[in-house]
Write a protein that binds this ligand. Sequence first.
Ligand SMILES: O=P(O)(O)O[C@@H]1C[C@H](O)[C@@H](CO)O1
Ligand code: GUN
Length: 219
Amino acid sequence: MQGRFHLYEGYSLCKVTFPMRIFKLMGVETIVVTNASGGLCQDFKVGDIMVIKDHINLPGFAGQHPLCGPNDERFGIRFPCMSDAYSKDLRKLVLDITAELGYSNFVHEGVYCMVSGPNFETIAEARMLHILGSDSVGMSTVPEVTVAKHCGLRVLGLSLITNKVSLDYSREEKVNHEEVLQISKMRAEMLQNVLVTFIARSHQVETINNSNCIYSNAV
Ligand SMILES: O=P(O)(O)O[C@@H]1C[C@H](O)[C@@H](CO)O1
Ligand SMILES: Nc1nc2[nH]cnc2c(=O)[nH]1
């Protein structure tokens, strides 16, 4: 896909996640999701890649959840497990690949937190998300991954840290969308290298077949 739908654009979560069910019906088994996010973990630098190991569905806590409403049993069960949404095998494969490509210094694993946006975080909000265990924060991905997991797709998620999120009232820098786009452009080639190698090697991971799909926005 080129681009995605976002909650902040006014789309319902049903529409935001609809492509996942189309992929399922098309026979896709594995999806790769990419996004841009702000780094909350103090070890992260702008331009780092975070392999998503888990997420926090903040809108979901408030009832903005793509699986609310009658469950469609053709796709999955009413109460899906979400503790292993991001495949361990795929995470290992991508970490091996980034090490081989010499990218280890700027690749980390971490927890992505979704907020609805469209505003970036206040400092108090950022501090709260950090205390809750979020390593990065963004405005997408979680609804799609939730629906993908519900219908049995395997997921790899990569998040590009496009800016540092301020946790400190004395910091003067202000995040803006241009910076997000600029860093995404700067890292596009590196992410493409990782993904091309990942796709070429994905047959090494058991149960993956060739039905893979890249679902990306920022890169
Ligand atoms: O679709 P993603 O999550 O990559 O896009 C992020 C969130 C906003 O659309 C935008 C903020 O700059 O980047
Ligand atoms: N919510 C949020 N989304 C982002 N997308 C890219 N950077 C950010 C950020 O700092 N916060």
